[in-house]
Design a protein around this ligand. Structure first.
Ligand SMILES: [Zn+2]
Length: 452
């Protein structure tokens, strides 16, 4: 049979990355992400997968972010027992991310049962800590740039994408056919992370388009962060930065330290209030490409860790000016929700979003100017000042995606645009077809396409 690819997620949206590669002899799942944001997307996490999980030969993962990896525990729960291939750093990060995701699932179900906020009686977690452990037991870390044979004529290679620690572009060979997935592409010339590595050839290419219609600001990337800190100082208030635990939190800490060193901001107390971000920061500090080993480059002068729930709650009594970095980055869960419910009604508060906010998330609603927001079943008034900066995005913008595409020595036979909301994906398709002259289409959710 002709090998085929089915877009099971991250098609017309940025979350739920899952692509089923069927070679005729083997079935592989590229990415295994959780849907986040809009309810109709999140409900898909509960639907049975449209393939027999036990029939999968392997899962191949580009990086540890939950929208690429968070379905793994569920997949293990419904019968998958094969290997999960990823880079060694991704394997390290998965350990903390999947456990955290499972705890969140269990806590949410527990909360719903205690407060009767779910229509399901009893409310069940999507997966448990045991499921996460089972999935982690299947992880097979491999070195970057080293092809790994998976049997039945399939091999794969991971190439650095520069998005977060361990993030990779995936090159999958099925016989003489070469399928490349960009994964999440990082940026060029940013601190901590390497540039996305070029790829010379692909028969079929999947390229992400999160910022396919945007250019990140070129001038002073720190301007918004500096302004947000200044506002916190002037109003003696909190600067609350919801941030992804892995990648963004470390970048923000690094940026704060650099700004302190340059004398552009005063040294405020900086609290990292996320057990996962704390662990991820330790993993980042072990990174071999680390520019400044030993001294901890992520650490502002007055740095505090809020490890336990008590530490986090104790922050409620601490007055500004101060900076709190807490997850989740899109305010869909995690400790940041408690801080938001306390601090949003206070006009002295500044909230700074530093990452992509998917449609339907609280982060997106706040960024779009919501005057009230629902947290823990209650309407919370928004009197805080909401700011946002794309300067710390871990995603390539349109220009950077095109720069990476221009590294190919010849056009792929077909390029599928994935991992973007419709406007972004369409804009990137225009650039690919018109500027580069390559054949390209926006991947359609649920569609199956032949690879030859
Ligand atoms: Zn990512």
């Amino acid at each position: 049979m002709t090998p085929s690819l089915t877009f099971l997620g991250a098609a017309g949206t940025v979350t739920g990355s899952k692509f089923l590669l069927d070679t005729g002899e083997a079935r592989l799942l590229l990415e295994c992400g959780l849907f986040q944001g809009l309810k109709e997307l999140r409900l898909q996490n509960w639907a049975p997968p449209p393939f027999d999980p036990a029939s999968l030969q392997a899962v191949i993962l580009s990086h540890a972010h939950i929208d690429h990896s968070g379905y793994l525990p569920r997949l293990a729960r419904v019968g998958f027992k094969g290997p999960i291939y990823c880079t060694t750093w991704t394997a390290d990060l998965l350990r903390i991310m999947l456990s955290d995701a499972a705890h969140l699932q269990e806590e949410e179900a527990d909360y719903a049962n205690r407060h009767g906020t779910s229509t399901h009686q009893p409310a069940l977690p999507l997966f448990t800590v045991d499921d996460a452990e089972n999935a982690l037991g299947l992880v097979k870390p491999v070195a970057v740039n080293t092809p790994v044979a998976m049997g039945r004529g399939v091999s794969a290679r991971f190439i650095r994408s520069g998005h977060i620690l361990g993030a990779a572009i995936m090159e999958v060979r099925v016989g003489d056919l070469k399928v490349v997935h960009s994964g999440d592409l990082g940026r060029y010339g940013v601190p901590i992370m390497p540039d996305p590595e070029p790829v010379a050839r692909a028969d079929v290419l999947l390229v992400e388009s999160t910022y396919g219609n945007r250019l990140h600001p070129r001038e002073d990337p720190a301007a918004v962060l500096v302004a947000a800190v200044q506002r916190a100082v002037e109003h003696k208030g909190w600067l609350l930065i919801p941030a992804f635990a892995v990648g963004r939190s470390q970048e923000i800490l690094y940026a704060l330290r650099e700004l302190e060193k340059a004398g552009r901001i005063p040294s405020l107390g900086v609290y990292l209030d996320s057990p996962m971000a704390i662990e991820a920061t330790l993993i980042y500090a072990r990174h071999p490409e680390e520019e400044d080993p030993g001294t901890g480059p992520f650490i502002p002068r007055r740095f505090h860790l809020a490890k336990s729930v008590q530490d986090s709650k104790a922050l409620n009594d601490v007055d500004g000016p101060l900076i709190v970095i807490s997850g989740s980055g899109m305010a869909t869960g995690g400790r940041v929700l408690h801080h938001l419910s306390h601090r949003l009604p206070d006009p002295r508060t500044t909230v700074l979003f530093v990452g992509y906010q998917a449609a339907g998330t609280r982060g997106r609603l706040l960024r779009d100017g919501a005057r009230t927001i629902r947290i823990f079943g209650e309407e919370v008034a928004v009197r805080a000042t909401i700011m946002a900066s794309d300067a710390y995005s871990a995603h390539a913008d349109q220009g950077e995606i095109l720069r990476w595409l221009k590294g190919f020595h010849q056009p792929p036979r077909m390029t599928y645009i994935v991992h973007g909301e419709p406007d972004a994906a369409l804009a990137l398709r225009e650039k690919i077809t018109q500027d580069l002259g390559w054949p390209g289409v926006v991947a359609e959710a649920g569609a199956t396409v032949p690879l030859r």
